[in-house]
Structures are given as structure tokens and as C-alpha cells.
Design a protein around this ligand. Structure first.
Ligand SMILES: C[S@@+](CC[C@H](N)C(=O)[O-])C[C@H]1O[C@@H](n2cnc3c(N)ncnc32)[C@H](O)[C@@H]1O
Length: 184
């Protein structure tokens, strides 16, 4: 079977994150991606995890503690990520867009801040590094965000980046898809 988008997202990330590397979870949520990234970087590496909701940060901290893993969890919008990331180069970043499952659906990622964060993180991305975004566009904000992200990605220089869209195109109800931006 073809892997689902979240499984494939992890494959795309793991391929470019070495042990001891640096990775960013731009949307901590319940911490599943943060925990996954700590498994890629290993104890010698560094994972930064951002979220604007205290509940998400708490859930992520709880998940990591239970697993005996560590990350720097920051209550801040990912648009400010470069204020916090000390390393000059990052190996990868992941965005899982939309709202926190089981929580306030009015707090979602927004096109302006998502693109601001991307612009910053792309500057720090190593050659061969990847930013993977899971794009959910079933809700109204999500549709706008999807259109803006596709326009932003399509406009990235072909000389500097490769951009891939991974999507099942015969599913009903606006199925989510992945955007993978790789620096050449
Ligand atoms: C779909 S959830 C993320 C799920 C998460 N990756 C996981 O593994 O559970 C999206 C998260 O993005 C957060 N968010 C929204 N705007 C944000 C921003 N500007 N910066 C960082 N996080 C943001 C929301 O609070 C929410 O927790």
C-alpha cells in the first residue's frame, strides 16, 4: 500500500536528519511529531518545538517526559522561530497545519504567520535539508492557507529548491496533502 501522508512525512524527514542533528517542530500540538524528531536526532541532537497554546506545550512536555526524551519547547509562534534557534543550520522542520485535535478549533495556523515562519526557516535550512508541511484545507482558513502556500512554493527558485506535493487525488472531502521543500 502507498504510505499515508503522515507516515510518508516521517520518511521524508528521517532521510535528512542525522544523529546529532537539529530539527524543528513548528506546530507542537500533542507532541507526536516532536517525539518523532527526538528519535531522529538522538540524545546528542537538538529539537525545537513551537506552539502558541499552553495546552499544546503541556501535552508535548508530558509526552516527551513519558518517553524519556528531551526537546526545547517554546510557547511562541513559529514566525519568531529564528529568535530562538541558536544553530546556524537546521536539518529539517515539520509543520502540521490547522488546529489542535480535540481543542479550540478557532486557534488555527494562519497563512501570514506560516509563510513568515517558512521564509525564516528556509534561510537556515542546510543543503539537502527538508521542510515538510501537512496541509489540511477542509476548513475555511485552511483553504486560504493552502492557496497561499501553493503560490509561495511554486514561486520558489527552481535553482535553489525542489518542491514536491504528495497527495491522494481520488479521496473525498478535501484530503490533506504534503508539501516538501528541499534545499538544493
Ligand atoms: C494540527 S496541530 C499540530 C499537531 C502536532 N504536530 C502533533 O503531533 O500532535 C496544529 C498546532 O499548531 C498550533 N499553532 C497555530 N498557530 C501557530 C503558530 N503561529 N506558531 C506555532 N504553533 C501554532 C496550534 O496551537 C496547534 O496546536
Amino acid at each position: 500500500m502507498l504510505p499515508g501522508i503522515l507516515e510518508q512525512a516521517r520518511t521524508f524527514l528521517k532521510e535528512v536528519i542525522p544523529e546529532g542533528g537539529t530539527a524543528v517542530d513548528a506546530t507542537a500540538g500533542n507532541g507526536y511529531d516532536t517525539l518523532f524528531l527526538t528519535g531522529c536526532t538522538g540524545p546528542e541532537g537538538k529539537v525545537y518545538s513551537f506552539d502558541i497554546q499552553q495546552q499544546a506545550v503541556d501535552n508535548t512536555a508530558f509526552r516527551l517526559k513519558n518517553a524519556g526524551a528531551e526537546a526545547e519547547i517554546i510557547v511562541s509562534g513559529h514566525e519568531h522561530a529564528l529568535h530562538y534557534i541558536q544553530e546556524e543550520v537546521i536539518d529539517a522542520a515539520v509543520f502540521n497545519l490547522g488546529y489542535l485535535p480535540g481543542s479550540d478549533k478557532t486557534v488555527t495556523t494562519t497563512p501570514d504567520t506560516t509563510i513568515m515562519a517558512l521564509e525564516g526557516l528556509l534561510k537556515r535550512l542546510k543543503k539537502g535539508g527538508r521542510i515538510v508541511l501537512a496541509v489540511y484545507h477542509g476548513h475555511t482558513e485552511g483553504k486560504v492557507e493552502k492557496d497561499r502556500l501553493l503560490a509561495f512554493s511554486e514561486a520558489l527558485s527552481q535553482k535553489k529548491f525542489q518542491v514536491l506535493q504528495y497527495q491522494f487525488i481520488n479521496q473525498k472531502n478535501s484530503p490533506p496533502f504534503l508539501l516538501i521543500i528541499e534545499k538544493k
